[in-house]
Design a protein around this ligand. Sequence first.
Ligand code: ADP
Ligand code: MG
Length: 688
Amino acid sequence: MKATLSTRIADLPRVGPVLTKRLQKLGLETVADLLWHYPFRYQDFSVISDIVALHQHSEATITGQITLIANKRAFRRRMYVTEAIITDDTGSIKAVWFNQPFITKLLKQGDTAYFSGKVEMTKYGLQLVSPTYEKVKKEQSHTARIVPVYSLTEKLTEKQIRYLIRLVLPLAKDMPDWLPEDIRTEYKLIPLGHALREIHYPTNKQTLVQARTRLKFNELLLVQLTAESMRQHIRQRPAPAIPFDEQQTREFVASLPFTLTDDQRTAAWTILKDIAEPHPMNRLLQGDVGSGKTVVATIAMLNAISRGYQAALMAPTEILALQHYQTITQMLRRDERIALITRSQKLLNDTPVSSKVITEAIERHDVDIIIGTHSLIQSSVTFSSIGLVVIDEQHRFGVDQRKQLKYQARDTTQVPHLLSMTATPIPRSLALTVYGDLDVSTIAELPKGRKKIITKIVPPEKREAAYGFLRKEIQSGRQVFVICPLIDESDKLGVKAATAEYERLQRHIFPDLHVGLLHGKLKAADKETAMRDFQEKKTDILVATAVVEVGIDIPNASVMMIEGAERFGLAQLHQFRGRVGRAEHQSYCLVFTDSDSDKTLERLTALVEAKNGFELAEKDLEFRGPGDLYGIRQSGFPELKIATLADTQIIQHTRSVAKRIIADDPKLKQFPQVRERLERFAEQIHPE
Ligand code: ADP
Ligand code: MG
C-alpha cells in the first residue's frame, strides 16, 4: 500500500489496534495529523564525542562497537541490570540500563550503535546511565542529532511516535502550501513541506528556527485572516448613520464640571466619526481605571438619541449598572428618558416599574437610553430603534452575548454601532490578535490633578500599624475600602470571607467607626443601601468582595486595603487600586498577603512599581499567560499550537499581509486553499 496524507494511521505498517487507540487519544488519526503534531521540545544529541573525552555530570552522544553485553540480577535491589561495554577508536566505557532485560535482544555483541545519555562517575569508573540507543542507520531518529520530544499520553513511548513520524515524513512534501509565493519570498519563509520536515527532524538549529518561523506565520496568518474577514464582513452591513450633532455636543461638554482631557476628546471625536458612517462601528475604548471613559460613551449616546435612536449600555454587575444609571442621569439632566434594567431592579426615569411596563416603553420608543446588566439580553426586550450599544468591561462578556444584543432590534437589517470599553488595558500583541477585528481607541492620560496612588505591600507584623493609619485617614474625613478574597471553595462569592472580616473590623478593631458590607449575595436594595451609605459618608469603611472591582466611583475614598492579595491577578489588583485616587486627596493602596513565595512577591512588586495599567498588563501576560484574563476563552479564540503572543513581529507581519490579501480579494477567490483552511478554522472558532 502506498500511504498518502489521508491514510489512516491504523493502516500503516507495524501499527496495531492498541497503538491506534492511544494515538486517537492525542487526536491523531491520519498521516496528516501526525505531521501537524509538533514536538514540544528537542534534545540536542548532535555532537558525537570521543569516549576518551567524556567527563562526569554531562550528557553526551557516542558511537562505537558493543564489545560485551549481558543481563545481571542485582540481588539487593531486586532488579535486572543490563551492562554493555562500548568501544570506539579512543577507548571504552560501560553503559548500564535498569529493568530493561529485552535490550540484550535488540543489541548484540559486535553491533555498532549510537548511545546518548548521562555520563556519571561510579566506583567502577565513568558510566553511561540508561542511554538512548540506536543502531547506526541511514538516518538516525533517536540519537546523534537534534531529537524531537513529543508530548505523550500514558503508555505511548517517544520511540513509537518517532518511528511513525519518521515513516510519514517523506509525505510532508505533499502538504498543500497555500501561502502565496510572493509572500513567502517577501518574508523569507521556507516552503511548508520543508518546514514540516525540519520541525520534526531538524537538520540543525538554524533550520529549526526557520521551520518554527514558517509554521508560526501560517498559524498567525490564519488568525489574522479570520479577524480581518470578520471585520470586513461587519463593515459591509448597513448601520444607522448618526450625524454629529455639534450644538448638543458642545452644550453637553460645556455643562460638565471639568474639561475633557485631550485623549477623551480624540476618542470621542473618533467615535462620533465612526457612528456617522452607514456601517457599524466596532470599536474598543481602553483606558486605565478612572481615565473617564463613561463621559466619552455618554457623548456618543447623546448623539444617537438626538438623532432619534436609542442607546443601550451594558455593565457587568448590578452595582455598576446602577452607578452608570445615576451618573449618566445626573450628567445629562435634561429631558432624556432613561431606564435601568437589572435582574432585581427596573427603573424608568427614577420610578420603579414592572418588567412589562419597561419592555413596552422600550418597544414604543418611550425610552432613549437603556442601562442594564446581562438581564438586558435575557429579557425579551425588543428595541424600537437601537442605534448604539455600549458595553462596559467588555472582556467580561462573551462574543455571543454581544451578538445577541445586536439582534434584539426590531429592524434587524441594520446593525447598531458597538462601543466596547475596558479598563484592563490589552497588551498590544493581544490587541492585534485576539481583538484583531476591533478598532481601538486609547485614553492614556488621567485627568489632571490626580495624585499617584502610593502602593505598599504590608507584612503581617505591620498590620496593627496599618489599622492605625486607616484610623488617621478616617479622622481627617476620608473613607476606606477593604477587599476580601475568596477563602474557601464552597464560598464562591466570598460572602463568608467578607462577612467574617466585616464583623472582625466592626467588633474588635474599629468598634467606634461605621463599617459597611457589600457582597454579591445581598439583595439589590441592600446593595444599594450599602453603596449609598458609603457614598453619603454614613459609613467610613466598606468591606467588600471583588464586586467592587469594576467601576464604582467614590471620590472621597482614599485607602484601598486588599486582603489575600496573592489570590488576585495583577490586572484585577490594579482595578481595585483604581477605586481610590479619584479626587484631589493623596490615596493609598495597602496590599496584604500571608504568602512569602517569591513569585507572589515579584508580582506584587510589579504592582507597586508599574507606571500604568499598560505596563502591568504586559507583566500580567508574562506572569500568567493570556489565559482567561482577557476573556480570550470566552471570545472563542483558538489555542495557538506553535505561535505565542510574544511573537510580536510575526503578528505584525501577518496582520499586514492579511489586510492586503483581504483588500485585494475579500472573498479569497484567488486562494481557494486559504479559504478552505479558513472555513475549517472558523468552525473551530464557532463550533455551532
Ligand atoms: P473609568 O474610565 O474608570 O470608567 P469614569 O468614567 O468612571 O472612569 O471616570 C472617573 C471619574 O473621573 C469620574 O468621577 C468622572 O466624573 C471623572 N472625570 C472624567 N473625566 C474627567 C476629566 N476630564 N477631568 C476630571 N475628572 C474627570
Ligand atoms: Mg468605568
